[in-house]
Design a protein around this ligand. Sequence first.
Ligand code: ADP
Length: 407
Amino acid sequence: MKKKKLILVLNCGSSSLKFSIINPDNEICYLSGIAECLYLNNSQIKWNCNNIQYQKLFLNPMSHENIFDFILKKIFITEKAIFSQVVAIGHRVVHGGIKLTSTTIINNKVINEIKKAIIFSPIHNPVNLMGIQLTLNTFPELSKKNVAVFDTAFYKNIPKKAYLYAIPYYLYHDYGIRRYGAHGISHQYVMYQTSVILNKKINQLNMISCHLGNGSSVSAIYKGICVDTSMGLTPLEGLVMGTRSGDIDPSIIFFMYKKLKISINEINTILTFKSGLLGLSNISSDFRDVESQYYINKKAKYAVDVFCYRLKKYISSYISLMNGVLDGIVFTGGIGENSPLVRKLSIDNLSLMGLISIDEEKNNNFKKQKNHFINTNGSIPILVIPTNEELAIAKKTKKCINVQSIQ
Ligand code: ADP
């Protein structure tokens, strides 16, 4: 039997690890799984192989190393026929920092740059690096086939007027303080999908992409290039998120510092881990939990309303960047794909002379996991497109390896 060339994709989050083995050519995912609640008492892993679901709950908290060991010894060994066809490993890396602006083979120089970018992505880059180190140590035969795919790469062409903050210029020049963006792999994936669905060449495509998950961001894409995004220096800016505040007046920090007499670290903890949906609702950071109380709990309503109002403001302002031609608005991510309420509240009354409107029936009823139009007839297309960051990483990894092998 001819060996397939499969890509192992690794996506390490702060308390999770996602993995997939994918054929980037036929887009088949042979094996995929997610370990969650790492470092907690309810660590667990779920995986799927040949359409069979497996699950294991652990009695003790599992670290990234422990879970990687489990994946190797229990899953990859059992599924040896699949794993033996892996020819390269694609790693999701959230922040490429100042220098890493495209997909690249990992070597010591690249690792050093990812380390330097920890200051911009203190939660994600360290665990991304941990994943890289784990595969480098475990599969030395693939050491030159580890590839880093950066979320920030999608934003490399954002114009200076959009990425500069109005603070003294040397802070950008000497310290790299600028807007970098996030979720680029997902935004780019839905951009390619939209181009196919609308049958419009990428370099002619003007769209607004809303990635709404635990972290959320909006990207304005003009002629296939991202021209602005809601995420800033770090993933703290922009939309309301699970536990992150998104946009605030910076004076709130000084106010808290002086009035509450708390440290900078405590303020950071409030804005990063105790704000957003959780902070406003006092219920949960998980959108489902908050949305389920929308009609019965005032704070849940405030949280969802602020979430959607902020999103609507971004969408409206990004319409102004389209030079008069908007081809589509796309919703993706766990919330974007699953919450008709969010899609309705963030689009309602946005209507530009009736040009943008949601069809209630289509918004409420459609097959999950499929691309879908939810606009009324005559409206600019509004789409729900399930994101697939793993597939995007696998494709980019393959391309990067191929390019390198012919150099
Ligand atoms: P991550 O950013 O971690 O990849 P996801 O894209 O999976 O996250 O999105 C997670 C969010 O999606 C959670 O807030 C979750 O509550 C929300 N979500 C998932 N399913 C639904 C649903 N059916 N309705 C509303 N929200 C949902």
